[in-house]
Design a protein around this ligand. Structure first.
Ligand code: IPE
Ligand code: IPE
Ligand code: MG
Length: 249
């Protein structure tokens, strides 16, 4: 008799599609290592990661996920070599141009979370145009975090609240969580139920610090470009096996 049970890696995950999380958030990490393992430049990993984003976002819409939030570029990612940053920005532009072209067919509603003012004008315009076109679509909303940082988001919300208080519109002693949430990029979006991080790192890296307060976490060694629908099924099955208590019993 075996002393412990090992899950065969290929085992099909059992997902109950009638009990899916409303909101999934993904830290799309591991592009660089994916490329390195294949002897390719890191940018090839980012291209593969962007392609996989298309696959997973389309699939999430298909199975009826209401919100998908993905981490594409953090406020800390500017520390990378200039050539890598500009390659990522170039890929984003290419991706958005294609997305705009496919919009009528895909009908995915896209929004951007983050300080877009630091991006070049062309990319800012593309983000705005994408949001503009997709505003009229119903169904799955995909939020792309671009130059996003959880601390930066909270700091700008704190500034906005301070301004409201100084203007006499709000009473500092009576501020509520809802007042703060109104100033987050995610205003109006329910908190993520499930946060997924591929690539083997077990950390948040400044992602959705406020919103993930009661999220379930799923970590896997699989690198983002290899994170397939089947891997998503594994994450969903793990999520469905958890007991969410929110501090209760
Ligand atoms: C995630 O992949 C993409 C961005 C952070 C822009 P990485 O580029 O961080 O890949 P690894 O972690 O180096 O493998
Ligand atoms: C987090 O990944 C940011 C994105 C995936 C966009 P990083 O690769 O930047 O995170 P660290 O540096 O490993 O914490
Ligand atoms: Mg990384």
């Amino acid at each position: 008799m075996a002393l412990f049970k090992r899950e065969p890696a290929q085992r099909q995950a059992q997902v109950d599609f009638s009990r899916l999380p409303r909101h999934i958030a993904i830290i799309m990490d591991g592009n660089g290592r994916w490329a390195k393992r294949r002897g390719l430049p890191r940018t090839a990993g980012h291209a593969a990661g962007a392609e996989n984003f298309r696959t997973i976002a389309t699939y999430c819409k298909e199975i009826g996920i209401e919100y998908l939030t993905v981490y594409a570029f953090s406020t800390e990612n500017w520390k990378r070599p200039a050539e890598e940053v500009s390659a990522i920005m170039g890929l984003l532009k290419k991706y958005l141009l294609e997305a705009i072209g496919r919009m009528e067919r895909d009908r995915v509603k896209m929004r951007f979370f983050g300080d877009l003012t630091a991006l070049d004008q062309e990319l800012q315009d593309l983000c705005r145009r994408t949001e503009e076109i997709s505003r009229r679509y119903e169904g799955c909303q995909v939020d792309i975090c671009l130059n996003y940082g959880g601390r930066d988001e909270l700091l700008q919300a704190a500034r906005a609240l301070a301004r409201d208080c100084v203007a006499g519109e709000l009473d500092p002693g009576a501020l509520t969580e809802a007042d703060l949430e109104r100033h987050l990029f995610s205003a109006g979006v329910p908190d993520p139920d499930l946060v997924i991080r591929p690539s083997g790192e077990i950390r948040l890296s400044n992602f959705l610090l406020w919103q993930a307060a009661y999220a379930e976490f799923y970590f896997t060694d699989v690198l983002w470009p290899d994170f397939s629908k089947e891997e998503l099924h594994r994450a969903l099955a793990a999520y469905q096996s958890r007991s969410r208590r929110f501090g209760g019993v």
